[in-house]
Ligand binder design. Sequence first.
Ligand code: GCU
Length: 436
Amino acid sequence: MHSGMKRLHPLVLFLFLCQALPAFLQDSCAAAPQANYDESKTGEYTLPDPLKFSDGSLVKKRKDWVRRRAEILDLFRCEVFGRAPAGLPKPTFEVTESDSRALDGKATRKQVTIWLLATNGGPKLDLLLYIPNGLKRPAPAFIGLNFGGNHTVTKDPAVHVTKSYVRSQFGKNGVANEESRGLQTSRWPIEKIIDRGYALATAYYGDIEPDYDGGWTNGIRGAVASQGAATAFSPDAWGAISAWAWGLSRAVDYLQTDPQIDPRRVAVVGHSRLGKTALWAGAQDERFGVVISNNSGEGGAALARRLYGETTQRINTSFPHWFCGNYKKYNANEAALPVDAHMLIALSAPRRVYVASAEEDRWADPKGEFLAAKHAGPVYRLFGLRGLPSEEMPPVNKSVGKAVGYHIRTGGHDIRDFDWDQYLDFADRNLPARKS
Ligand code: GCU
């Protein structure tokens, strides 16, 4: 064979490659599966049972759930999102700005720097708060990460423009400027939230870690690794979603110190990749009383086993930094996953979870999101609560469910007023004011 190759004239070899390469490239493109949108091709699957321990024994009582929850959490940490390191220093807080006359006097605005690793000058998260004025008791709050910087959620000129790296839609060469102020206001109806008696706390996810493959070196994972507290590359080390979720928990650390906020009445909300983040934050941190996933899709509320829209392989390929190294084992191998999205939702039980889809957001697999919410039901039943009421998806723009909520809205991948109206109603029902 070797001697045969030697006899090949370079010109012949060149002509051979010219012919063979395009075919090879075409083949490899054909091997990258196109997204499936055909219900008859979603595949057969069996979901792992959230109420069955890995050793086959069954969860029969609520107290068994404590152990099973710990087991499932560990599986998600090891196989899906990666573990945030334990034992990091507690963050410190600095209120850098406060004004009780925001929103024409309706709200108090605060801007707080959270020094994530306690050290002033180290990695930081800038939290923006609007808190309703004139309440008799501390306010319940919604908290969520935003995509473009705090200055993009409002036109309020007092909100600092982020100095963190931003993606091209929010700035030039990674740097944000005044042009992006207010770009995301439609996703953050602050006045509506304030009028309903809730505070809003939001922070830019890019403060925690910039969202690109390799961004970890410029974010919290890099800072922690350089202190020797975690190996960024072990297969179960935290991915970016875990880092963002960890940041949300640090923001709640601040909320617990703010006398104007009731830290026992906090709902975490997130859209899309930040919906995956909200679900993972809520799963781990029991201080979130309500957990809201808006169009979170693959790796969030959508069942991985249903092959519809985005798949495990596709997400791990496009966004290799979001999940941990071990998660790559499940590329085109979802049946081997010891967990699925219904268990991610159930990890928050008996706390309340709301899952929202959008009709045109097929990439996120609305039916897969509905089914995951539905199949979290048995865990809620253990607590005497009812999961989603029906086997069938509800009609568009109709909210269903009490302890677990769901709707599918008309329109595309977005978070809109209709979604917020449902979240506010859900929070009213599930974060009641307590006499204390
Ligand atoms: C991409 C990605 C999704 C993600 C979405 C977003 O579409 O494939 O998984 O949810 O981005 O975050 O907007």
